[in-house]
Design a protein around this ligand. Structure first.
Ligand code: NAD
Length: 494
């Protein structure tokens, strides 16, 4: 089946006449569909439609915009099972997690629809008599939404829904590995009543993304993906002063102190390290363990990692699905080789799985390296696969120094029963997200999401913080004194 772009309220093919295939990473024989290999001209058409639609959409009262979004949330909830199934087929995460991804889109859409009756500004007293002062959020214009494949419905919802509730219009380019989930989401918005041109979808690669980052009619670029591509997007958008929101890579850490409940920590590290096959920006790819409990932790963790069931995510007994693509799998294989060469001790896994049920997919054993030192590349660089690096520490200070000693700053966590240590770590880890007695994954939609350093550029998505990306503040002064009143000057004569 061939799927089209969605431009100005119509499902249309690319001007290129070309399509690309989307295949199941667990079984390459399974073709999900053919999708449009779009051109820069297709992207420009979508931007023009979004710019036209902005003229009227920005004037629709926010509570009315939100009514459409409430309907959309309900439709997604009603189709959760079908959407999760499509998602597992196209990107491999196990069905239970795909349901969670869809649920996150439901939660975000309800949450942001609620903002339609808030979008709070401030009213403040003026320093002058007979003068009124307030601030309001105003929409920004046409927003580019560029997304990765690892949360194929959740991440688009984090961007598109707040953009819409604020009164902006959108051109959306999903990752080429997960266009089906993007189409499922946009179809829902269409069905819920989003007017023509307000949301546009263009599938394709970097040439489409480049237009979305450079076109003069784009006001906001919201990007989630790798740090390398985020840097390019940022540079492309800089010369025209677009508002750029970047969510990029991570190298997240779980710190396990000597008073931690080890059973809980093991459970958390398994979920944090191997959930979504390690392909989460918040994946717990580093574990730093106090030397007093290092051996005990490693023994339990390795035994449990070896017992994880790898396979096709549509099989309910499977705990770890495939890597998303041949390219991602080869990155994993390369880093396992690097870890060995660097002298880390391979404690579990370490091999590609290619026989029997694995013959047609991109599978790799859940892999644990021990005796890792903080400067090794496997402890510094984002792998984005089922590989966990375990390190020793002597104290909380030591753990925090190792934890902060990477270029990224997305998520971190601590396992301890000592409230003093927990609060010190909360204060000292320079990340955007922090957990106590839980792994590095598990964000909820109503708190800000994002990271520091090479993970982000100071913006946040989710929560009301997302509204700051998709709106601009306007301060308004209304003088009803009937005379000229000069701020900072006429106050002296009062
Ligand atoms: P990617 O950077 O390869 O691609 C992201 C998107 O950018 C895709 O839609 C891609 O087609 C597009 N793109 C590629 N080149 C472009 C260009 N020159 N101009 C504009 N757009 C371009 O990332 P990916 O492999 O899809 O996703 C994995 C990465 O995403 C990981 O690094 C992961 O940490 C990160 N991620 C971060 C977060 C977060 O919130 N911090 C969340 C999820 C994923």
């Amino acid at each position: 089946m061939t799927f089209n772009n969605y431009i100005d309220g119509r499902w249309v093919p690319s001007r290129s006449g070309k399509v690309f295939e989307n295949r199941n990473p667990a079984d390459q024989r399974d073709l999900i569909g053919l999708f449009q290999e779009s051109t820069p001209e297709d992207a420009s058409d979508a931007i023009a439609a979004a710019a036209r639609a902005y003229r009227s959409w920005r004037l629709v009262p926010a509570p009315r915009r939100a009514e459409i979004l409430f309907r959309a949330a309900q439709i997604i909830a009603d189709r959760k099972e079908a959407f999760a199934h499509d998602m597992t087929r196209e990107m491999g995460k196990v069905l239970e997690e795909a349901r969670g991804d869809v649920q996150e889109a439901v939660d975000m859409t309800y949450f942001m629809a609620g903002e339609g009756r808030r979008l709070y500004g401030q009213t403040v007293p003026s320093e002058l008599p007979n003068k009124f002062a307030m601030s309001i959020r105003q929409p920004v214009g046409v927003c580019s939404v560029i997304t990765p494949w690892n949360f194929p419905m959740a991440i688009p919802s984090w961007k598109i829904v707040p953009a819409l509730v604020c009164g902006n219009t959108v051109v959306f380019k999903p990752a080429s590995l997960t266009p089906m989930s993007a189409i499922n989401f946009v179809r829902v918005l269409e069905e819920a009543g989003v007017p023509a041109g307000v949301v546009n979808l263009v599938t394709g690669g970097p040439e489409v993304g480049t237009v979305l980052a450079t076109h003069p009619d784009i006001s906001v670029v919201s990007f989630t993906g790798s740090t390398a591509v985020g840097r390019i997007v940022n540079q492309h958008a800089a010369s025209s002063f677009k508002k750029v929101h970047l969510e990029m890579g991570g190298k997240n850490v779980v710190m396990i102190m000597d008073d931690a409940r080890l059973d809980l920590a093991v459970e958390g590290c398994l979920w944090g390290g191997f959930g979504t096959t390690g392909q989460r920006c918040t994946a717990a790819s580093r574990v730093v363990v106090h030397e007093k409990v290092y051996d005990a932790f490693v023994e339990q963790f390795v035994a449990r990692a070896k017992g994880l069931r790898v396979g096709n995510g549509l099989d309910a007994s499977v705990q770890v699905g495939p890597s998303v693509s041949e390219g991602q799998l080869s990155t994993v294989v390369t880093y396992v080789g690097i870890g060995r060469t660097e002298g880390a001790r391979l404690l579990a896994g370490g091999h590609r799985l290619a026989d029997g049920e694995y013959a047609n997919g991109f599978f790799h054993e859940p892999t644990v390296f021990g005796d890792v030192t903080p400067s090794m590349r496997i402890a510094q660089e984002e792998i984005f696969g089922p590989v966990v690096a375990v390190m020793r520490c002597r104290s909380l200070e030591d753990a925090v120094a190792i934890g902060n000693g990477v270029e990224y700053g997305l998520s971190a966590s601590i396992y301890t029963r000592d409230v003093d240590q927990a609060f010190a770590a909360m204060r000292d880890m320079y990340t955007g997200i922090f957990y106590v007695n839980a792994p590095t994954i598990g964000a909820e939609v109503h708190l800000p999401f994002g990271g520091t350093k090479a993970t982000g550029n100071g913006h946040r998505e989710a929560g009301t913080a997302a509204l700051d990306v998709f709106s601009e503040w306007k301060s308004i002064y209304v003088d009803f004194s009937g005379r000229l009143q000069r701020a900072q000057i006429d106050t002296e004569n009062l």
